[in-house]
Design a binder for this molecule. Structure first.
Ligand code: GH3
Ligand code: MG
Length: 343
């Protein structure tokens, strides 16, 4: 509940701040931001395109103007240069505004681009249809330039807020999946990824390997060199663990000084080569600068792999990789051990 409230405050803050700033300073909210904006005007009449452009240029709202003479040409322009706003006529000879709206609505990456219809057709059913097909607003020809500019400003203002919301959401999502100290994925994210990879591997009998990695004697590293040095070592280990992995691999901080790497489409030989690379890379790390009492940091690594008929659930796979890690620890540390049913 508290976490939800916190997220809500984080999400609303940019809106609240921008609104308050505008009302306190009397600043024309968003005017500066409009300066690097682009607009696409779709109309078969050269005269109307010019009039629209004139009105908007005078208001200084956009610095790039794209023009198209029908809906399909407009859509093609949008694909190569997505604008901040579209003004679109309804009735055009080859490809009308309704068809344009349908194409645009099918592309979710264009959801944040508002469309303002400017048309001579003053009947209610066309207005309703245009709005239902995805337009945000409606202006009749001959248009009043001041009204047009006011409406465009209003839609740009909403777009700015929506863009800010989207960016805050993306940042929140990244934060909620990331371990703050090491910037690796956190355990929650890892478990979600493992769930789907485990299902895929079981269903299609594909190889899947897990590496559970634990720093040797980390507690005594903290004791000897201090907690800050311990944190730096966690960061160094994380860098080693994620370097050289493929895009489909996932490495995360599992908790404390424990890490886990998932290698889809990788059998035991592939997993062993990654694990041995980890050991030798750790051997190369220079930690003298922040922990003079230590000669080197070593890791113990457990490996468990699918397909394995003895493993039916994801938890069983995690238990096996944990068993393998303990085998590596008990075997003397600074080594790799593979889970085997025949111990
Ligand atoms: P072993 O070789 O058996 O793994 O011994 P160990 O000392 O590494 O194992 P143990 O689990 O006893 O110690 C883990 C330590 O990691 C204890 C805890 O204080 C420390 N630790 C956990 N999280 C952090 C952290 O974020 N920063 C630092 N500096 N230390 C941490
Ligand atoms: Mg440890």
């Amino acid at each position: 509940m508290i976490e939800k409230l916190y997220k809500l405050i984080c999400l609303c803050y940019p809106f609240w701040y921008t609104m308050c700033r505008a009302s306190i300073t009397g600043e024309d909210f968003g005017r500066d931001r409009y300066m690097t904006r682009s607009i696409l005007i779709i109309d078969d009449s050269h005269q109307v395109r010019n009039d629209l452009r004139d009105a908007l240029e005078k208001a200084g709202l956009f610095d790039t103007f794209y023009e198209a003479t029908d809906g399909i040409k407009g859509f093609r322009t949008m694909l190569t240069s997505p604008p901040d706003l579209v003004i679109c006529d309804l009735m055009m000879p080859d490809f009308d505004g309704f068809k344009f709206l349908r194409l645009k609505t099918a592309r979710h990456d264009f959801d944040n681009i508002p469309v303002l219809i400017v048309t001579g057709r003053d009947n209610v059913s066309d207005k309703i249809r245009g709005l239902e097909e995805g337009a945000q607003d409606y202006v009749l020809k001959p248009f009043n330039p001041l009204e047009l500019v006011a409406r465009v400003k209003s839609h740009l203002r909403i777009k700015t807020l929506q863009d800010e919301l989207r960016s805050v959401n993306e940042k929140l999502e990244t934060l909620s999946n990331t371990d703050a100290l090491t910037e690796l994925y956190n355990r929650r994210y890892f478990m979600n990824m493992l769930k789907s990879e485990f299902e895929r591997s079981k269903r299609y009998n594909r190889a899947l390997s897990l590496l559970m990695i634990d720093i040797d004697f980390f507690k005594s590293i903290n004791d000897k060199c201090g907690h800050l040095a311990g944190d730096k070592i966690l960061i160094i280990v994380s860098r080693v663990l994620k370097t050289g992995l493929r895009k489909i691999d996932t490495c995360s901080r599992y908790g404390g000084d424990e890490f886990i790497t998932m290698l889809p489409e990788t059998d035991v030989n592939g997993a062993l080569s990654v694990a041995n690379r980890y050991l030798s890379e750790m051997h190369e790390q220079d930690i003298f600068d922040f922990c003079k009492e230590l000669e080197e940091i070593t890791l113990s690594i457990g490996v468990a792999c699918l397909p394995d008929e003895g493993i039916r659930t994801m938890d069983e796979l995690l238990t096996r990789v944990d068993d393998a890690l303990y085998k590596a620890k008990n075997g003397g540390r600074n080594r790799v051990a593979v889970y085997s049913r025949h111990r």
